[in-house]
Design a protein around this ligand. Structure first.
Ligand code: AMP
Length: 191
């Protein structure tokens, strides 16, 4: 089983790439953001708990996220691996994933990082709000908070990934197709 992390700030294009990559490589796409939005849509207890945090652009607690991840991994059948999108977002989440994967005899094979400048991220999220109607994309202040949250809590992970030697930064300010081809070349070269 392969484990790939698609990494980058909000609006970098992780979701778009994850969907097509998962299809091509038969990976289970795990988007914690999508899972949480589904919970909110269905009005579940969990959805109610996380809604206000998501609306303000803050992170949901590590415990909630890790429970979701473990459940999805343990229940996925018939895939060649996993593609984590929007996870891990804190050092703690990564340590827990790492430990969990070790326990089941797996590891993170590669961190594919989409590098995009801040003004492009903001523009993309505001545009996405018009298409997908995500409240946390529509408000410029929430968008800025999410980028700040990323810089403070998620970006420190890069140093850890670099030390592991499996961190692959790619230019994300390009077309979906070009980006996809580059990621495929990278994954294919990893064997
Ligand atoms: P995303 O769709 O990945 O941009 O996530 C949308 C929102 O869901 C984030 O702003 C967080 O509030 C929450 N969220 C998604 N994934 C995580 C995670 N791994 N850790 C904490 N909060 C998360």
């Amino acid at each position: 089983m392969k484990n790939f992390i698609i990494f980058g700030p909000p609006g970098a294009g992780k979701g778009s790439q994850a969907v097509i990559l998962a299809k091509k490589y038969n990976l289970k796409h795990i988007s914690t953001g999508d899972i949480l939005r589904e919970e909110i849509k269905n009005g579940t207890k969990l959805g109610l708990k996380v809604k206000s945090l998501m609306d303000e652009g803050a992170l949901v607690s590590d415990d909630i996220i890790l429970e979701i991840i473990e459940n999805v991994i343990l229940n996925a059948k018939g895939y060649s691996g996993f593609l984590y999108d929007g996870f891990p977002r804190t050092v703690y989440q990564f340590s827990a994933l790492d430990e969990f994967l070790q326990k089941i005899g797996q590891r993170v094979d590669a961190v594919i990082s989409l590098v995009v400048k801040e003004d492009v991220l903001i523009r993309r999220m505001l545009r996405r709000a018009e298409i997908e109607g995500r409240a946390d994309d529509a408000d410029i202040n929430v968008v800025k908070t999410r980028i700040e949250t990323y810089r403070e809590q998620t970006e420190p992970l890069i140093e850890i990934f670099q030390k592991r030697g499996n961190y692959y930064p790619l230019e994300g300010d390009t077309t979906i197709e070009k980006n996809f081809n580059e990621i495929c070349t990278l994954i294919d070269s990893l064997g």
